[in-house]
Design a protein around this ligand. Sequence first.
Ligand code: TYD
Length: 153
Amino acid sequence: MERTLVIIKPGTLQRGLAGEIISRFEKRGLKLVAMKMKQLDQKILDVHYAHLKEKPFFPWLCDGMMAAPVILCCWEGFEAVKVVREMAGATNARKAVPGTIRGDYSMSAQENIVHTSDSLENAAIELDRFFTPEDYCDYPSPLNSYLYAPDEK
Ligand code: TYD
C-alpha cells in the first residue's frame, strides 16, 4: 500500500469545504492514517515549495498558505499517490476537468483547494516533513475485501 500527503489549503478551510474534500477521499476508498491541523510558517513553506522560490507568485502562494491553518492528511491505498493526484486535477483549476476536486471547487491556479504529493519519492519526503512516526494510526480495515481484489493488497 502506498501513502501520500494531502494538504487541505487554508482557503478550503475558510470556505467551509474541508469536510467535503476529506469525504471525497474517504468515498473513493482511501484510508486516513494520519491527520492534523497546523498553522504553517514561512520556514516550512520555503522548504515545501523550494521548487517555486524564484516564481513571481511565490510570495502570494506563501501568504495564501499562511492565511489560516491547513489540515494535513495522510491517505493510504493501492497506488494512492497517482490516484490522489488525479483526483486533485490540474494545478490551474480553470483547466482542471470537472469531476476532479479542483475542477469542481475552484477557479484559481493558487487557491486550488489541496496540495497532493506528485510522486512516491516526494510523498515520503513530504510526509516526513509534517508527520512523526507516532502520528500514524494503525487500525483494522474490515471493508478491504470489498475495496480490493486479493492481489491488490
Ligand atoms: P505546483 O507544485 O507546480 O503544483 P501542484 O500543487 O499541482 O503540485 O505548484 C504548487 C502551488 O503553487 C500550486 O498548488 C498553486 C501555486 N501556483 C500558483 O499560484 N500559480 C502557478 O502558476 C503555479 C504553477 C502554481
